[in-house]
Design a protein around this ligand. Structure first.
Ligand code: NAP
Length: 316
């Protein structure tokens, strides 16, 4: 048994992240009792069939009753609604956290609804895949990945430590950050790559000179790496774009400037400039492998891996 243990954990939202949490909580015996809540009865029935918890409800308010830890794993645009629904039903002393990919907006949406007698500590595990729903989760998702916590000023240190210990038991390493900084960092490492992937796959889809069958047939030349990101859940990514607008727009304008410079180098045949950039970027890849956030195997180590685990964790 792990050092950290809760009597009752409530999981609100049981998609990729929620169901991965359910699985690791069961595997590491992190709670006596896990309550699962989700919006639709279809998803709830699936969670039940997969035996992801001890009890199941479509009422978020009912789920949090007597829970010592509440983890909200829903698209970020739903945060305010969930916070409003649970606020009058939380156990005094409970820790309430989330896993949303943007943090400033989640704080703005949830904080006003949190009673003074609970500890609200927003969080974001930097782990994910392009799959969604309760079937897509797996207990190892958080293993060796960072989890960023963005507590607001004045948050109880002991509660931060308890939540950190929970994530460490799930296999994660912890960083603390303020929400604005989190949003800026994630805009470049996660949100921009995602937008570029959606854009390039959309461009290929619109091309009339190249047929769709050719795009698919020759995709191993690079295109397919973008399609993995572009297969991600549209609701989640719509919400990320709408809720991290400022940081994403800032990164997009930097990106556009750099792309214009690259375009110019290609137009003017500036091979030195191209070679210099392409050499610099190789180092970044090596550093990521050295930091244990990617494997240096052919085909990104994904060859022959079952579909449900083949998506190497993204920095979503
Ligand atoms: P997902 O697989 O699409 O699951 C979302 C879950 O939220 C579903 O169970 C859905 O329920 C539920 N839900 C939606 N609205 C709800 C509401 N009002 N009340 C209760 N449940 C509700 O999504 P996910 O990939 O797990 O992402 C969840 C969160 O984690 C998002 O905020 C995302 O930004 C963040 N995140 C994602 C990744 C990633 O790679 N996917 C990585 C890190 C963080 P129904 O099916 O019943 O509608």
């Amino acid at each position: 048994m792990s050092d950290i243990h809760f009597n009752r954990i409530a999981l609100i939202g049981i998609g990729l992240i929620g169901s991965s949490l359910a699985r690791v909580i069961a595997e590491k015996k992190l709670a006596n009792d896990v309550v699962i809540a989700t919006r639709s009865s279809e998803t709830l029935e699936r969670a039940h069939a997969l035996k992801l918890g001890d009890s199941y409800t479509t009422s978020n308010a009912e789920a949090v009753r007597d829970a010592d830890l509440v983890i909200v794993s829903v698209p970020v645009g739903m945060s305010e609604r969930v916070a409003r629904e649970i606020s009058g039903h939380l156990k005094p002393g409970a820790i309430v956290t989330d896993v949303g990919s943007t943090k400033r907006s989640v704080v703005q949406q949830m904080q006003p609804h949190m009673p003074d007698n609970v500890h609200f500590i927003p969080g974001h595990p930097i782990a994910g895949t392009e799959h969604s729903g309760p079937d897509s989760g797996f207990a190892e998702l958080f293993e060796g990945r960072w989890c960023i916590l963005t507590p607001v000023d004045g948050t109880d240190e002991a509660a931060i430590e308890t939540l950190s210990a929970f994530w460490r038991s799930c296999g994660s390493m912890i960083d603390l950050m303020d929400p604005e900084h989190h949003d800026l960092v994630l805009a470049i490492v996660s949100h921009l790559p995602q937008i570029i992937a959606y854009n390039i796959v959309g461009t290929a889809d619109d091309l009339e000179l190249v047929t769709e069958s050719e795009v698919i047939k020759y995709s191993a030349s690079g295109f397919r790496d973008f399609t993995r990101l572009a297969a991600s859940d549209p609701t989640m990514w719509r919400d990320v774009c709408l809720h991290n607008k400022d940081a994403i727009l800032e990164m997009l304008s930097r990106f556009s400037e750099d792309l214009s410079s690259l375009q110019r180098a290609i137009r003017w045949g500036d091979g030195d400039k191209l070679y210099d950039l392409f050499s610099r970027t190789r180092h970044i890849r090596r550093s990521i492998v050295e930091a244990g956030q990617e494997v240096d195997a052919p085909n990104f180590g994904r060859h022959g891996i079952a579909p449900e685990v083949s998506g190497e964790p993204d920095a979503s």
